[in-house]
Every structure is written in C-alpha cells, then in structure tokens.
Design a protein around this ligand. Structure first.
Ligand code: NAD
Length: 459
C-alpha cells in the first residue's frame, strides 16, 4: 500500500507541473520552486505520535500496547481520520492512510486535514473491560493533540460507535468545561452521532458507481462516444446491459453497497456474488441480498457457510473459497474488505470491467497499472469511500450547533456533495488519458497547492 499511494501522488505531482492551470501566474523558476516545496510538504506527515499504552489486564498482567496517531496535513482544517484496532497496524500503514485522508478531504471539499490512528491489537483477544481501558488510555496519552479544532478521530477497522462514545467521554473528563461533542465522530446517536453515519460509506460507494453509469452516462452518451479514450469505451460497453456484480466484504461498507445495488431502479444490477472472511457465495441468477443482510445481523456479521444455513434461508448458492469472489465472470467488482486484495500475482484473473474501491487501497500500484492498461475503470477509494468522512463532517457540525439533521437531510447533503465532486472529475477523466485515480489525486493536490500558495507557504 505504501508504494501505491506514494507513487501515484508522485505521478500526480509530475502531471501537475505540466498542467498550465497549476499556479499560472508564476514564472517558470518560481513555479518549479513552488512545486518542490509542495512535494516536500505532501510527501511527509506533519507529526507522527507514538505511545505504548500501559494496560492492566483482567488476569493481573500488565501489557504495553503500541499505538499511533499520525497527523499528515492540516492545510484545509483540523486533522481527521479513523482509529484502527488491528494486529497488523504499523507506522507506515497509519502514515499512508493519513495521507489518503488529506487527499480525500481535499477532493470532496471537506474542511478537514488528514490524520489516522492505530493500536496494534486484535480486539477479539480482549474483554470489554480491557477494551474500555485501552480506549481511555489512548485518549489520555494523546489528549494534548486531540480536540474538536485540532484532530478529530472516528471509527475504522476494529472500532465503532461504542469505542467513540468511550473516547469522547474520556476527553470530556480530561477537559471539563471544554466543548466535547465534536472531539470524536462516529458516535452513537444518543451520544451526538449523526443519523445515517453507519450507512454513509456504503451508500456513497454505490452512489459513485451509479452516478457514473446512469446519470452521467445518460447525459453524455454522444460526447463519450466522440472521445478517443478506452475508459469512455468501457463505460459505453456496459450501457443498458444487465450488470453482473460481485462484492468482496459484507460488513458495514459492503453489505450497504450491495443492498443499494439490489434496490437500485436506475441500473439493471444483478448481485451474483458476495464474500466475507469465510466464504464466497455465488449464484449466477442473483442473490437475495436483504435475506443475507438479515442473516449476518443475527450471526455476528458472518455470511452462511453451509448448505444447511442456505436451506434455512431457502436460498441457492455455490459455496466457494473466499478469494474466488475476485475472479468471477462479472461486469462490476466492489472491493469492501481489506487493503492489497488485487495485486501483481492475481490481477490477470480479474474479469470485471469496473472495479469500485470501498476499502482503502484494495488494489496495489502494479495491479492498478495493469487494469488501467486494459481499460478497466477503477473508481478509487478517495472518490468512492468518502461518504463516512463527509457525514462525519455533518456530525461535527451538528455537535457544534447542537442541532440535528434528519436522516433524509443527511443523505441529501451527502449525495449533493459527492455529485458535485463527480461533476468536476468525470468530464476530466473521460476527456483525457489518465486513470480516474490520477485525476482525483491531481484535483486534490491542485486544491491543496492553491491554498498553500495563497497562504504564502510554498516559497
Ligand atoms: P467491517 O469490519 O464492517 O467489514 C469487513 C468485511 O470484510 C467483513 O464482512 C469481513 O468478514 C470481511 N473480510 C475480512 N477479511 C476478509 C478477507 N480476507 N477476504 C474477504 N473478506 C474479508 O469493515 P467496514 O467498515 O465494512 O470496512 C471495510 C473496508 O472499508 C475497510 O478496509 C475500511 O478501512 C474501509 N472503509 C470503511 C469506512 C467506514 O465508514 N466503515 C470508511 C472508509 C473506508
């Protein structure tokens, strides 16, 4: 993942230097100098904070758990990004995820910078009491750098509204009298969370694909036809067809995206496969997604893994290995599980012509290049999965105003924001030879460079 983000940011920066709209008023030498400053700023985080959380376990042992908070860039506003609880968390991963947050917020005009946190543990190995201690210690150790106007964490893998409620409560205890509702987002509704936050990422993921393949395509069919661009051809090739879709990951993001696709009246989707950490379920005639959502709700998030469980749902499906979801004969593949799922060793087996990134960085740099060379449209993470941070921004606003929006208002505002980004990016993408990811990065970097330049920070 490190190499993918780094190399594409570098590519985007190089493309930016060729772009006449990048700081057009500057003379060549000044422009080059501003560009060098920008590269230095974006390729390094502002701060890497690291602590070993000291926790007394219920069995009496004391352990020290490595934890991080990386603050990549706050040009556009307070640092913002989730806290991940996972065994594989490390400093490089957290730093890369923090830089993705900087770009994501810049792309969607969200007035936040980029940050990310992580604790190296598997939450399944700790009791609720121990997890509570870990959350409190995290806030305690990093309390000087967190806050509604400094750095606002949210949930990520391994954390959810319970952890955010605990963390906000600890922040409130440490800073009595300070405003606290905006210190964490992704909280429970009763503790100031936003309606629609849980569904926001999955809904946004589906929206980006639907908007491109329905609204945008319908309005621009003739124009697209005139473009000598393989990606325009890919989109037109799918036009009007029943679209076979596979979804990797059936958690918060994947299950909501699958349900949206299943219910969508704009496109003729057929969800033929879904997968999770245990299995792939495949039926070329289509799967009953609402029934599977109901099943996972009752079974700790896991899909059925046996014929008996499928029979109980009166459902027919082949039970395949979990990675088979990536290689099925489908038109659209939604990746909503983990990083680095499509890589140089398996990319040639991928048959989908559209790949939508619900997870962060699920396609490695080499695989990304291979797919783009073959005309596959990849809707990148920073475009597709920003629904969570956009609704987090609404939650932060609601916390400040202590006035709350209805679920309908939240979704209307979410789609309006994502549509505005798509309306800027899609004409550029289909009109030039760069993949969609690079277009998004260029747009985000352009925004950051203009703000930095006008603040006098590039010279
Ligand atoms: P989740 O924990 O709710 O769901 C993850 C799903 O992936 C589960 O169905 C799990 O069984 C499955 N999975 C785990 N390992 C797998 C494997 N090896 N192969 C296939 N499936 C596997 O997580 P989520 O909130 O849905 O997040 C999914 C991804 O999206 C993560 O990478 C996360 O960082 C990213 N993301 C989430 C949000 C958000 O708001 N939730 C926002 C932006 C990005």
């Amino acid at each position: 993942m490190a190499s993918q983000t780094g190399s594409i940011v570098q590519h985007s920066l190089d493309a930016l230097l060729e772009d006449e709209t990048f700081l057009p008023d500057l003379k060549e030498q000044d422009r080059q100098q501003a560009f060098t400053s920008l590269t230095a700023i974006l390729s390094t985080p502002n701060h890497i904070h690291k602590s070993f959380l000291r926790i007394a376990l219920e069995n009496g042992k004391v352990v020290r758990i490595p934890s991080f908070r990386v603050q990549h860039n706050n040009t556009l506003g307070p640092y913002k990004g989730g806290i991940r609880f996972h065994e594989s968390v490390n400093e490089d991963e957290v730093t890369n995820l923090a830089s993705l947050m900087t770009l994501k917020n810049a792309l969607h005009e969200v007035p936040f910078g980029g940050g990310k946190g992580g604790v190296v543990l598997n939450p399944r190995n700790y009791s609720v009491i121990e997890l509570h201690q870990i959350c409190k210690k995290y806030v305690h150790y990093f309390s000087d750098i967190l806050g509604p106007d400094k750095d606002i964490p949210a949930p990520d893998m391994g954390t959810g509204d319970r952890e955010m409620d605990w963390m906000m409560a600890e922040y409130k205890s440490i800073r009595p009298g300070a405003t606290y509702r905006g210190s964490f987002t992704g909280k429970s509704i009763i503790n100031g969370g936003s309606l629609g936050r849980r569904e926001a990422t999955g809904k946004g993921v589906y929206f980006t694909y639907r908007y491109m393949m329905s609204d945008f395509l319908n309005e621009n069919r003739e124009w697209l036809d005139a473009q000598e661009n393989p990606f325009a051809q890919t989109a037109l090739d799918q036009d009007g067809k029943p679209l076979k879709m596979a979804v990797q990951g059936f958690g918060n993001v994947g299950s909501v995206a699958a349900l949206e696709a299943y219910r969508c009246s704009y496109l003729n989707n057929k969800i033929v496969a879904v997968s999770d950490r245990n299995v792939t379920l495949y039926n070329p005639e289509g799967l009953d997604i609402p029934a599977l959502v109901e099943f996972t709700d009752k079974n700790e998030g896991d899909l059925p893994t046996t014929e008996a469980e499928l029979n109980g749902l009166e459902m027919k499906a082949d039970i395949l290995d979990r990675e088979k979801v990536l290689y099925l004969d489908v038109d659209v593949l939604v990746l909503a599980a983990l990083e680095d799922q499509i890589h140089k060793d398996n990319v040639e087996q991928v048959k989908a012509k559209i790949v939508v990134e619900g997870a962060n960085a699920p396609v490695t740099g080499e695989a990304d290049e291979y797919l783009a060379d073959n005309g596959v449209i990849i809707v990148p993470d920073i475009l597709a999965n920003a629904g969570g941070v956009i609704v987090s921004y609404f939650e932060w606003l609601q916390g400040r105003e202590t006035q709350f929006y209805s679920e309908e208002q939240v979704y209307d505002m979410l789609f309006e924001k994502m549509q505005s980004t798509m309306d800027t990016i899609l004409p550029q993408f289909f009109g030039d030879p760069f993949p969609l990811r690079q277009n998004c990065y260029i747009h985000a970097v352009m925004k950051l460079s203009t703000v930095l330049f006008r603040q006098g920070k590039l010279y």
